[in-house]
Design a protein around this ligand. Structure first.
Ligand SMILES: C[S@@+](CC[C@H](N)C(=O)[O-])C[C@H]1O[C@@H](n2cnc3c(N)ncnc32)[C@H](O)[C@@H]1O
Length: 256
């Protein structure tokens, strides 16, 4: 079997990469230089090597607890979700905005055969950390943008995007891209922020503009998924966070 990085390189859609794929620091970079600039303070922080170094062990658990205020345990809901998404067999799983790969590797743990979990992110410090801390036989990392995923339509069985849509500058486009690369019958799982009475105190329009951090309305993400033709859309709310899962509708049988 070829290495995971060879296999992910073969999965790239040449018409959707911003430059010739280049292997750097153990991951594949397909991002054109102009696609690399972070927007907003929260996104810029994700490019700071010191934050990437403490992200998995300290930053993410603390942040997730903040999300849980007034709700049930977001951390445990997340564990249940990862357990459910970590499917057995020859599956292709994409972790969009994977950060240091803290969920990419667990998502790969039951894969066999040609199964692969691909982590994609724009941040070089995050990806270097991912390669260092969360590599595996069926794990590979790509530097690319959620706004223009470098894969063809229907490439993946499962696509996750956790704790990232709220700082991606055009989240509606990211959701469209996530749905596009999911095969028919495949699954999408999102964890993101939710507007609540507490966040409307914290999150004025000015604060959102400066921080680049956004709170989504109750029906915003679920509505976008339905607009993309996704079915079985389910939302679980916990504090200021929401988990949303959906399925891409099965394509009609030819001649049926
Ligand atoms: C808060 S971290 C989330 C990491 C991980 N998914 C998790 O659940 O902890 C958000 C990540 O989104 C990435 N990101 C922001 N904008 C992106 C974009 N346009 N495309 C891909 N990744 C992006 C950042 O670099 C950062 O690593």
């Amino acid at each position: 079997m070829n290495s995971a990085i060879d296999r992910v390189e073969a999965m790239l859609d040449p018409n959707r990469v911003g430059r010739d794929p280049e292997r750097v620091h153990g991951y594949i970079d397909v991002l054109a230089p102009e696609g690399a600039r972070p927007t907003g303070l929260s996104n810029a922080m994700m490019h700071v090597p010191a934050l990437a170094a403490v992200y998995e062990k300290a930053w993410r658990p603390a942040f997730t607890r903040l999300f849980s205020l007034g709700g049930t345990g977001t951390l445990s809901l997340q564990d249940v979700l990862i357990e459910d998404l970590a499917t057995r067999g020859d599956q292709r799983i994409l972790d969009v905005a994977c950060g240091p790969g803290l969920y990419t590797k667990p998502l790969s743990r039951r894969l066999t055969g040609d199964g692969i979990a691909v982590g994609l992110d724009v941040s070089d410090p995050m990806l270097r950390r991912a390669v260092r801390d969360n590599s595996g036989d069926r794990v590979a990392y790509v530097r690319g943008s959620a706004l223009d995923l470098p894969f063809g339509d229907g490439t993946f069985d499962t696509v996750a995007c956790l704790a990232a849509l709220y700082l991606i500058p055009a989240p509606r486009i990211a959701v469209r891209e996530i749905c596009r690369v999911t095969r028919s019958g495949g699954r999408v799982a999102l964890f993101t922020s939710l507007e609540t009475p507490l966040t409307s105190v914290l999150g004025s329009a000015t604060a959102e503009r400066v921080s680049g951090f956004r709170w989504f309305g109750r029906d915003e993400i679920t509505g976008w998924l339905r607009d993309e033709g996704m079915v079985d859309v389910k939302q679980t709310v916990s504090g200021q966070g929401q988990f949303v899962t959906a399925r891409r509708a099965q394509a009609p049988q030819a001649g049926g």
